[in-house]
Structure formats: C-alpha cells, structure tokens
Write a protein that binds this ligand. Structure first.
Ligand code: KG4
Ligand code: ZN
Length: 345
C-alpha cells in the first residue's frame, strides 16, 4: 500500500467509473467538481442491451483519453492528485477490471493512495457533491436507488453506514423501462424515450397490473410480461396499435412504474419515520418520479433530494465524492483489492 499521505490542505480526488457501459473520470477539489467526463458506449444500441465483452473492450479504448481529458479540464497536473477512487463493484466483471487495474497502476505509478468505492453507495453519495444552492440531506435519510441494474430502498445512517431495507427480487426498474420500450420497438436504452413520449400521453389510457410483493421489496418481471401480452393482444386486433397509441402506452407504463416505486417509498417513510428522501441512479432522471417527489414534498411534507441530471446516470463525480469522504477518514485500499461483480452496500 502506498504511504499514507499527510492530510493536504486541498483534497484533489480523481474518480474512475467503469462498472457498466459508461467510461467516466472526474476530478473533485474539496468535494467541488473541477471536471466530469463521460464516454457513453454507443456500440450496444444495435444489440438492444449491454454486451459485456464489447463493454470491456470499449472501456479499454476509452479509459486513457477519458482520464486525460478529466485531468486536463480540471487544469491540474497528475502530481496534484491526492488519491484515486475507483468503482470496485457491483457491475460487469470485465468492465470493472479495466477501471480497477487502471486505478491500481496509476496509484502505484504516482505513489498516491487508492480508494475502492461501492457503485451503489456512490449513487447515494452524489447528493454530497459541493454545489452552490444545493441542500444536502442530513443523516439518517432514505435513499431509493433506481437504475438499470438495481432497485433498492436504503436507510442511510452515515456516509458509509447504509442498510438495504427493500430491493427487487428480479428485474431492476430500469430494465422494466428498457424491456417495455423494446416491446414497443424503441431502441436501447428505452427509458428516456418512454419518459419523452409519456409527457404527451394520457397516463390513465391503459391499466397495467401492480405486483403484489410484501414488505419493501419490488418485483418487475411480471410487469414486463403484462406489457408484452397487452401489446401482443392489441396488435393482433390492430397491427398499427403501437403507432397510433405510443404516447398513451408510454404514459400508462410510466404512471404504473412510478406508482409502484412511490407505494414502497411511502411505506418506507411510514415504517422508519424518516421523511428525508433522496433518489439516485439512471431512473432518477425520469420526469414522472421527479414530479411524484415534488408532489410528496407538498402533500406529505417530505424533504426530497433530487439529483442534477448529470449525476443520475453513471458518472465518476459520484465515485470521486465517495472517495473524498473515505480520504478524510483515511480509509485506503491496498493493491490486493479486486473487482467485485457482486458487492453489497
Ligand atoms: O445508473 P445507470 O446509468 O446505469 C446502471 O447502473 O444501471 O442507469 C441506466 C438506466 C437505464 O435502464 C435507462 O433506461 C434508465 O436508467 N433511464 C431512465 C431515464 N434515463 C435513464 N429511465 C426512465 N426515464 C428516464 N428519463
Ligand atoms: Zn449506476
């Protein structure tokens, strides 16, 4: 392990994210963004989902230019970096290995500490990036992480003391969006497109079933099947059904998914008595869930924390802020650390 540093006056953290299909690097100084670069891989679009082998190859191509760009845009030299934070997991093994190996080598080469970060904790800690006019949650708060790979409700007691109190038993909510979109013939990732069409549609036009799952857990596999059967039945009667009703179908799908999420969040608030609610992950960009939370602020007096769009989908600023708080605690990793495809909060 590199020598523990003297605590520098200014803490510069280089964050590296490569868990799925975004190669990202960011530099933060004392928690403030100096640069935040993301190279989103387009190669997967033609396959309708992320192809792991292609993702790791693209990470290999992207990682050097992305990190170069992040350091250049931050207007610092490599010598200024206090520590390197990287995503250890969860994610795709081949993708994680690229970021992990690169972070280790750079840390070794520069003789600065290495900090491993849990991607799901980072989605939550994105709320602690220093921004003007942005309020941070206070501990304890509830966080709902909703992405293409995860759906969790987490009780956040402290920066790194988190408890999963509900999670999906099968598909993630992002998959419910993306698979529904695929059934409608929309390209991957379909979540943002459903959101776009939903804005002009009638959310009550079609009724989709909500799963009956106990406690604070979720299930989305039945929902996707219900959308498939519905679309198959309707297109048998009218081959142009999707084309004629796309906006209404999207609005109805989004309405149901948002209701499923909000039902569980309300239950979590009731059970824990915590009224501070944060969201994170790709699906937190969705206008339906954002509006539902704004509404809950007024209706139930919750205090909601909704991330800026650039911190919703995968990014390295969130990895760097998690690294920043570990740096303050002097919690460093040694070179024996390995990528972890499954990595609990
Ligand atoms: O956090 P993220 O970038 O990657 C994972 O860790 O999975 O999340 C990607 C997911 C995809 O399923 C994508 O369709 C979904 O986030 N997503 C959205 C929206 N923007 C991204 N889903 C619904 N509405 C959106 N506006
Ligand atoms: Zn993510």
């Amino acid at each position: 392990m590199p020598n523990k540093p003297q605590m520098a006056e200014d803490i510069y953290i280089l964050g590296i994210e490569s868990s799925c299909d975004d190669t990202a690097a960011a530099v933060l100084c004392n928690g403030k963004i100096l640069s935040n670069i993301v190279a989103t891989q387009k190669v997967h679009q033609q396959y309708g989902g992320v192809v792991p082998e292609l993702a790791s190859r693209a990470h290999q191509q992207n990682i050097v230019p992305v990190i170069h760009q992040a350091i250049a845009k931050a207007n610092i030299g490599k010598k200024d970096i206090s520590a390197i934070a990287f995503t250890r997991g969860p994610g795709l093994m081949g993708s994680l290995l690229v970021g992990t190996s690169f972070a280790k080598s750079l840390s070794m080469g520069l003789g600065i500490p290495l900090i491993e970060v849990n991607h799901m904790q980072a989605h939550i800690l994105a709320h602690f990036i220093e921004e003007d006019n942005f309020k941070k949650p206070e501990f304890p708060f509830l966080a709902m992480t909703i992405s293409g790979g995860h759906t969790q409700i987490v009780k956040v007691n402290d920066y790194f003391t988190m408890e999963v109190i509900g999670e999906t038993m099968d598909d993630a909510v992002g998959e419910a969006f993306d698979k529904s979109a695929k059934i409608l013939g929309l390209p991957y990732p379909g979540g943002p497109l459903i959101d776009k069409y939903a804005k002009e549609g009638d959310p009550k036009a079609f009724k989709f079933p909500k799963p009956k799952v106990g406690g604070l857990d979720f299930s989305f596999s039945g929902f996707k099947t219900a959308v498939l059967y519905f679309v198959e039945k309707q297109t048998k009667e009218d081959p142009d059904f999707i084309e004629k009703n796309l906006k209404d179908i999207c609005a109805s799908i989004q309405y149901t998914i948002v209701e499923i999420l909000m039902d569980k969040l309300k239950k979590a608030v009731k059970e824990t008595g915590i009224k501070q609610v944060a969201i994170g992950g790709g699906v937190s960009a969705n206008s339906g869930i954002r509006n539902a939370l704004y509404d809950a602020e007024k209706r139930y007096k919750w205090q909601c924390f909704i991330p800026k769009f650039e911190y919703t989908t995968d990014n390295a600023a969130m990895i760097a802020i998690a690294g920043h708080y570990k740096y303050i605690k002097q919690e460093f990793s040694d070179f024996s650390t390995t990528a972890q495809a499954r990595y609990k909060i």
